[in-house]
Design a protein around this ligand. Sequence first.
Ligand SMILES: [Zn+2]
Length: 129
Amino acid sequence: MPHKKPPHNSVKVLRKNALAQCGEAQRIRKTNRWKRMSENVRDRFPLCQWPDGCEELSTSVHHIEPIARRPELAYSESNLVPLCEHHHDWCNDQEAYGHATAWKFKDWIEKMEDRYNNYFGQDDEEESS
Ligand SMILES: [Zn+2]
């Protein structure tokens, strides 16, 4: 466990969930390999690639399948989408509540790579929410 105390009891569960996802993600985001990759993606796509349309600049690169769930996809280009701060926060919030957001980027994944079914189709349950 990290040495941090949880800030508030009211968010304890959420916080615990988020921390479990953050450890590996934080480690990866500090590597030079990740920094180069993130810059490269944002160079090619300077605008947020939110599927419903967004005209903000992309400020960060989102892992469509979270690192905590699919660490092998951490550096896979088709698993990365450049987003603005607002939409990246939205995704992270949803994931922290246990709501997967990968379905949102189905078209993007298909656009980036035609290998969608290789890793997304296998354990794809029809989303009911
Ligand atoms: Zn956006």
